[in-house]
Ligand binder design. Structure first.
Ligand SMILES: Nc1ncnc2c1ncn2[C@@H]1O[C@H](COP(=O)(O)OP(=O)(O)OP(=O)(O)O)[C@@H](O)[C@H]1O
Length: 305
């Protein structure tokens, strides 16, 4: 079942179109990485999912219910962590969650039990000092605890790791990996290694257009055999190799990387044969021919160019 679905969403600010015919869905208990450069439209999309911004076209459904601008009805299914969460700095984490529980209409008993579980999950259990003076990582962790308090079906996090150091980032990603067992997560980011660590599905947004979407492993597999690294015994002849490669119709491009040549091609078997025939015909002795694992970074650069 899809917890979230967007179909043909469009949005403009004045005359500027910022979201163009955007459609994707997020299945239950998955982590969806919403990827895009600054200004690509991620926050705008999340605000429309939360009903904080109107849409110019299309439909968003959360748990099968239509999102209506200005109405927070579907937000009962959602926990939201903004990019810079704000708290009452004079409270302790426990006091703050008790207040949030009250505002959300949870019983005191339920809030106390849930707070205990969540503070343990985010590593803030036993921290009785005031929130003032918390590190950015601690703030983000408390923000996740707050967002999960009402046991939402969908957790939306806006760039949860962007301002953190590698240890802080890992802590957040580990928490999201655990949270995934009880909720569904959509998080926006431009840090591709974070996406590779926790996401099941991804969507790459570029200037309001979804350029790539699907299961992360499927996407990587579909690009798997498209890139190869060629090491010649004499790297001084790399230019000659690249000239020859550029004359083959199956070659999409090639570049020199240190002492090697990286070549992108279409068609797998036939392409490999043609490349090897070229090496033989030009008498270019080979030291290594390796199909490269696609990295998300390469895919990203390819689709957003
Ligand atoms: N309230 C607004 N009025 C006018 N233009 C806006 C408004 N909010 C966002 N924009 C523009 O819409 C585009 C998308 O912005 P958005 O904040 O959604 O991008 P983003 O992908 O979240 O970027 P970032 O990673 O920098 O937060 C940008 O060009 C931005 O300048």
């Amino acid at each position: 079942m899809d917890i979230l679905s967007l179909s043909h969403i469009s949005k403009r600010f004045g005359r500027l179109p910022v979201i163009k015919d955007l459609s994707f869905s997020v299945p239950e208990h998955s982590v969806f990485g919403f990827i895009g450069k600054n200004g690509s439209g991620k926050t705008t999309t999340m605000k429309m999912i939360l009903g904080f911004l109107s849409m110019d076209g299309g439909e968003i459904k959360v748990c099968g219910e239509k999102v209506v601008y200005g109405s927070s009805k579907t937000n009962r299914f959602i926990g939201y962590l903004p990019d810079v969460p704000q708290f009452y700095p004079y409270m302790t984490p426990k006091e703050y969650l008790a207040l949030c529980g009250k505002v959300a209409g949870l019983s005191a008993e339920r809030t106390a039990k849930r707070s205990q579980e969540l503070l343990t999950l985010v590593g803030l259990d036993g921290i009785d000092r005031r929130i003032r003076g918390f590190s950015r990582g601690m703030n983000q962790r408390l923000g996740i605890a707050q967002a999960l308090l009402s046991e939402p079906k969908l957790l939306i996090c806006d760039e949860p790791t962007s301002a953190l150091d590698p240890i802080g980032r890992k802590e957040i990603l580990d928490i999201l990996a655990v949270a995934k067992t009880s909720t569904t997560i959509l998080f926006s980011t431009h840090i591709l290694s974070d996406v590779e660590r926790v996401c099941d599905n991804i969507g790459v947004l570029d200037e309001g257009v979804l350029k790539l979407e699907g299961n992360l492993n499927d996407i990587k597999n579909s690009y798997r055999q498209d890139t190869a690294l060629i090491s010649l015994a004499d790297p001084g002849r790399n230019q000659e190799l690249m000239e020859g490669l550029s004359q083959l119709s199956i070659i999409k491009g090639c570049t020199e990387k240190e002492r090697d040549v990286v070549v992108r091609f279409t068609g797998t078997e036939a392409a490999r044969r043609q490349i090897l025939e070229l090496l033989l015909s030009r008498n270019l002795p080979l030291v290594r021919f390796e199909l490269l694992e696609p990295t998300l970074e390469n895919l990203f650069l390819e689709v957003v160019q």
